[in-house]
Ligand binder design. Structure first.
Ligand SMILES: NC(=O)c1ccc[n+]([C@@H]2O[C@H](COP(=O)([O-])OP(=O)(O)OC[C@H]3O[C@@H](n4cnc5c(N)ncnc54)[C@H](OP(=O)(O)O)[C@@H]3O)[C@@H](O)[C@H]2O)c1
Length: 278
């Protein structure tokens, strides 16, 4: 039976966006390298979810992992975030769209449940809408039916989270956001999450923070720890309480990214990086 807690061994999510026909091979390689958490979305515009399923199947066949070893996360994406390749009937109600998108995800991924189901982004940048409320209720029904263990929201502001908390009794288990150093590494949202034991998943930790990666302080801390600046950013993200994502397509980077999970920074080093920008 699904449980309500994420596995404690989960220290990295392998992201599958923008990989197109390389998706199956890269997912299999990520699993062979040691990743156990996979992030995808039923949004063909940016993700090839069926290809993720093909990569999983190849890894199962080769005896690399079993389904039970894995944490699989996918997302429901509203119509404006999609192209013409929709996983649901756009004329149907939002509740039906969620059910259809989930059924399609389970088929793509070759499983009867995912571990986390995430609202890819709220319907409006300004606040939590009635459409979001309907989608969230439909997602909780999917969870209650056993098709996902946990629920999450993505691309979300503190304002959305506060409004969501005022409307729904249940908080998400995950928040997944792009994490900019210049915004204090999404400080407000991270603090909201910490207070409610919501796990914060950070993406674009490298691509959104090039100024940090190039900073001399980071270069010297990385040299002292005998790691790369990219690894240092992942160690730092974990020190702030994040579950980081990486979407690397490079096998050496996969190993380096995973190795960062066994490294630690002193509180002074964390403060030094935190104070560079934002
Ligand atoms: N919820 C959302 O709306 C949303 C939006 C964007 C992304 N995501 C998720 O987050 C995942 C990750 O996306 P991302 O935006 O963080 O970017 P990304 O696709 O992971 O890109 C990371 C970049 O960093 C490089 N990199 C990774 N590890 C490195 C290392 N050890 N040393 C040097 N370079 C390294 C990669 O290059 P190499 O390939 O050469 O290593 C790549 O250019 C996506 O695949 C997706 O699953 C979610």
């Amino acid at each position: 039976m699904p449980t309500s807690q994420p596995p404690s061994i989960l220290n990295f999510l392998y992201g599958t966006a923008w990989k197109e026909e390389r998706t199956p091979a890269l997912v299999e390689l990520a699993l062979r390298t040691g990743f156990r958490g996979i992030d995808t979305a039923n949004q063909r515009r940016h993700y090839f979810e069926e290809g993720v399923g093909q990569g999983l199947a190849a890894a199962y066949r080769a005896g690399v992992v079993t389904r039970d070893d894995l944490f699989l996360q996918t997302k429901f994406t509203y119509r404006p975030g999609q192209d013409h390749r929709l996983p649901y009937d756009p004329a149907a109600s939002f509740s039906v769209q969620v059910a259809q998108s989930m059924a399609s995800s389970l088929e793509h991924l070759g499983t009867d449940h995912v571990d986390s189901y995430v609202l890819h982004g709220p319907s409006s940048g300004y606040g939590w809408t009635d459409a979001d409320a309907e989608v969230w209720e439909a997602m909780t029904k999917e969870r209650d039916a056993g098709r996902t263990r946990l629920l999450g929201v993505s691309n979300i502001s503190l304002r959305h989270l506060e409004q969501m908390a005022a409307v729904h009794s249940e908080a998400p288990a995950f928040v997944q956001n792009r994490c900019y150093a210049r915004l204090g590494w999404d400080r407000d949202v991270r603090l909201f999450c910490r207070e409610r034991k919501i796990i914060y998943q950070g993406f674009s930790l490298l691509t959104a923070n090039v100024e940090v990666l190039r900073h001399p302080v980071v270069a010297s801390l990385a040299a002292r720890a005998k790691v790369t600046p990219a690894q240092l950013v992942f160690v730092f993200a974990r020190a702030l309480g994040m579950l980081p994502l990486t979407g690397t397509s490079n096998s050496e980077h996969m190993k380096q990214d995973l190795a960062s999970a066994s490294l630690a920074l002193s509180p002074d080093e964390v403060r030094a990086i935190e104070s560079l920008v934002g």
